[in-house]
Write a protein that binds this ligand. Structure first.
Ligand code: PA5
Length: 336
């Protein structure tokens, strides 16, 4: 990772606004690419991403982005225990921004014992001291969830290198996001307006395929930054259960955001429109949100950038500090 970052790390607005800059900054250097290429030569049988909370999101995004083209299975694990099939032959990316998350450190030990290739990613802490096959250092001083673009860019290029496919041009992706952000206010209302719409209600995000990880990320950002309950549901699965739960009784309690891709299949596009109608006629506030970026990865990143900004705006509305996570910190301290 190269060049100096211009961001005020004491201000979540500034951190989130640095999204395109952080993404650009995360391009892998030649030495790391060479180390990763050696793992590719060992012909890995599978890839897995391990991490918790803000450090798990990038792996989920990479797995989804490469799922349609990778011949190797790609697993995402948010747990300290690992499925038995993850073992020798797998390349495991072990990610913890602080480098000190218990679940992640425990998982690392299991992977090392099982003889996996390990790539660790951290800004410091205990994980950075492990004898992994490769270590990717993250820029220090961010709240973990604020470093998502840096984690995503590096994990994406690292995984592509291991799979032996061309690496994504992160400068180009950053450009795509900047351009898309210029059009907010049309299809996609500005973050401040979306946050205002959510005021006093529980945000619920739904998305299918590559937009479900985005829905999950948005939920987590609302939880941690804006200190509100929030939920994410996979689409169309939610239309076979959750849809029924939105009764007239709780009308007005939720702000439901349906994420719609421009590449949505005809049936799913129709399904999303019908669900919006059903929810609205039960008295629920529901909006369909569409990105303007031209690629699927661009859609994921644009919506993430937008909803990250929305979560910080909602934190302001709720009068809370988006940087601190006192309950999560207290739990970690007590478990130490
Ligand atoms: O964003 C956060 O602060 C959390 O979701 C953390 O990412 C989570 O608690 C795991 O910590 P770390 O990212 O340091 O492994």
């Amino acid at each position: 990772m190269s060049s100096k970052l211009e961001v005020n790390k004491n201000d979540m607005h500034s951190i989130v606004k640095s999204f395109p800059q952080l993404l650009r900054h995360s391009s892998l250097d030649v030495r790391l690419r060479e180390q990763l290429a050696e793992m590719r030569d060992d012909r890995p049988t599978g890839i897995c991403f391990i991490g918790m909370g803000g450090s798990s999101i990038a792996g989920g995004y990479v797995a989804t982005s490469l799922a349609d083209t990778s011949r190797q299975p790609i697993a995402v694990v948010r747990d300290e225990s690992l499925p038995e099939y993850i073992g020798q032959g797998y390349v495991s990316f072990v990610v913890s921004y602080s480098g000190n998350t218990q679940e992640t450190l425990d998982a690392y030990e299991i992977l090392a014992e099982r003889g996996c290739h390990t790539v660790t990613m951290a800004s410091g802490g205990l994980l950075s001291k492990k004898k992994a096959d490769c270590f990717i250092r993250l820029p220090p001083g961010f709240p973990p969830r604020g470093a998502l673009p840096a984690m995503f860019g590096a994990l994406l290029q690292a995984t592509q290198t291991i799979l032996g496919v061309p690496t994504t041009d992160l400068n180009h992706m950053a450009e795509e996001i900047n351009l898309a952000a210029d059009s907010w206010g049309g299809n996609l209302s500005k973050p401040a307006a979306l946050a205002e719409w959510m005021r006093g209600r529980i945000p619920v995000f739904m998305g299918s395929r590559h937009l479900y990880p985005v829905a999950y990320r948005a939920k987590c950002q609302m939880n941690e930054n804006a200190k509100t309950e929030a939920f994410a549901s996979p689409f169309p699965e939610a239309t076979h259960n959750e849809l029924e739960g939105f009764t007239e009784k709780r009308a007005g309690s939720f702000a439901i955001v349906l994420l719609k891709s421009r590449a949505e299949g005809a049936t799913n596009a129709k399904r999303l429109d019908i669900v919006a109608e059903i929810l609205s006629s039960a008295g629920h506030d529901c909006t369909i949100v569409t990105a303007s970026a031209p690629t699927q990865m661009g859609e994921m990143l644009e919506l993430t950038y937008h909803l990250d900004l929305t979560s910080v705006e909602l934190a302001d509305i709720n009068g809370v500090d988006p940087l601190s996570v006192p309950k999560i910190s207290a739990l970690k301290k007590r478990l130490k």
